[in-house]
Design a protein around this ligand. Structure first.
Ligand SMILES: Nc1ncnc2c1ncn2[C@@H]1O[C@H](COP(=O)(O)OP(=O)(O)O)[C@@H](O)[C@H]1O
Ligand SMILES: [Mg+2]
Length: 216
């Protein structure tokens, strides 16, 4: 694709719910450019406000969670005119895809790690906001990376952390219904390993949220 001086290499790597994920060559490296698309059904003012807020949130959270020890891409630049973030390209495959074919043992190890990672995040007072298995990338060394922090929040309360876990359960029920039980058990095991007894209150709140949902 021609752009300014010379040729810029870029290809569409993935389409997210609200963004285009481009794989680009910059400074001799392969990086990801996450560009938040306009939503035509929103008023333009609201649309740019939301895109700006989420881009801002995502950059700040990516930096913050890496300090907590969670693997997440490093941010190199932000373009506020196209609401795009230039970040590390994480090589690997979505947990969502891997979970369709891997063995039970492998799946349990990966999900335990997923739970530990959520625990690490929550210990640091951060909730992810969209903890689906598409937002986890498994690299060739079988390490987990977390992406998509546009809905993340900090100063998390017990309720917010419990909602994060509830969302994990909902994802497993809808996307991985045939393996949801072993996946959820492993996630909660890993979460407990990380949080120890401070997980108890959050786990019982998660059950409470589920019960609330049943009667609505
Ligand atoms: N830095 C990255 N490296 C590799 N793949 C990525 C990266 N960021 C996103 N992706 C891939 O693109 C998909 C969509 O990105 P995501 O940030 O989740 O967008 P959206 O907010 O629109 O859902 C992710 O599920 C992931 O598979
Ligand atoms: Mg996503």
């Amino acid at each position: 694709m021609e752009e300014g001086v010379g040729v810029v290499n870029e290809e569409i790597w993935a389409l997210g719910a609200e963004s285009v994920i481009l794989r680009v060559r910059r400074w001799g490296r392969t990086l990801i450019e996450k560009r938040r698309r306009a939503k035509p059904y929103l008023l333009p003012e609201i649309d740019s406000l939301l895109r700006r807020q989420r881009t801002n949130r995502e950059c700040r959270m990516l930096n913050r969670v890496r300090r907590l020890g969670v693997r997440a891409p490093t941010v190199y630049a932000v373009d506020w005119s196209s609401y795009s973030i230039l970040m590390d390209f994480v090589q690997g495959e979505q947990l969502k895809v891997i979970a369709q074919t891997c063995s039970d043992d492998d799946l349990m190890d990966l999900c335990k790690e997923f739970g530990r990672m959520l625990g690490l995040l929550h210990t640091g007072g951060v909730v992810h906001g969209d903890p689906t298995t598409s937002n986890i990338i498994v690299d060739p060394q079988r390490r987990l990376w977390l992406v998509d922090f546009g809905l993340a929040e900090w100063n998390a309360t017990v309720e917010m952390m419990a909602v994060d876990l509830h969302l994990v359960r909902r994802t497993l029920e809808t996307t991985h219904w045939d393996r949801q039980e072993i996946m959820l058990d492993a996630v909660l095991q890993g979460y407990w390993d990380q949080m120890a007894s401070s997980a108890d209150e959050i786990l019982s709140r998660m059950e409470e949220i589920r019960e609330r949902g049943r009667y609505h």
